[in-house]
Design a protein around this ligand. Sequence first.
Ligand code: MG
Length: 379
Amino acid sequence: MKKVLILGSTGSIGQNVLNVIKANKDKFKVVGLTSKSNIKLFKKQIEEFDVPYGCIASDETKDINIKSKKILFSENGLLEIIELTKPDILVNSLVGIKGLKPLLYAIDKNISVIALANKESIVVAGKLIQERLKNKNIRLMPIDSEHSAIYQCLKNENIKNIEKITITASGGPLFKSKIKNKTVEKIVAHPVWKMGKKISVDSATMVNKGFEYIEAHYLFNVPYEKIDILIHPQAIIHSFIKLIDGSVLACMFYPDMRIPISYALGCGKERILNLAKKIDLLTLNKTKFYKPDYKKFPLLKLLLDCAKENKNSYLVAFNAANEVLVEKFVNKEINFYTIHKVIKKIIHSHKPKQINSVEEIFEVDNKIRKKVQEELMAD
Ligand code: MG
């Protein structure tokens, strides 16, 4: 029985992880769950899976009454619960930069398998994470579907033989449709994936694909020049690897996160059963590919340019601005266009530098968050 701790269990990924575990109760024991605000679902999960430890990662004190379970509070509880549960597998499905400290803590604590859905931590601290993982026997298993696909294709390949890694993108809700009134409801209604609000907005701007480009660079240690992006609206092929001999490897499955989650829980060694629908090859008749339109998705272009710069504070700044603006858009405080306008302004006025410590990352993050507020006030 492997002990599993899920950070962010009430989000879309967290719920899917529990769904896979439910079908494999002989293999996994859930030892801890954390949530920020969905207390009702959190309580239900704790009871259903008989989980000994929980954490409400919020500074607001919540009235929660769960008998004979230890429930922690505050964001610090996310670290404490790692220490208390000592899991074999840690699932980090937190959203945003707040996933970074728990990730680094888990690395310091030598948690043997870290299943990572929190892409923002790689975006802001890719190099630092790589350094911390050095000389450690830790398996970092990507939960992102594209990176799970790349991981599976690369498994028996020498990195020297890769000519290109192609990350596919569904194109999001704005790829073909002419949505004029870009309301939160229309933007979060993704054509193929059912996801949380933040990542749905990131898909609509295609910032998500830019994040995944950076994620691929750090997870697989491949230079940016060898990574590209292709639009594939059906989201059946999740990535391609082109090898120097002309072979192309691809990984296919219907867009259902339970498949990459199962692969991560199996640690890349064992295949875990789940209830996801199996692929019907006849559906591939309708498979199409397009080049990304950088004019239509200027934030994707801007993010890729930031990634290729040698000064990584660009990525911290981009992520901080994006987090604040997406939250405001989801809360209906700003419109969709403002996300673009303010990020552009922030990046163009940013004085980039190379940053190498957690403290510096959070310093830049805080500064940019304040600056975004100022920009919005002045608007
Ligand atoms: Mg993805």
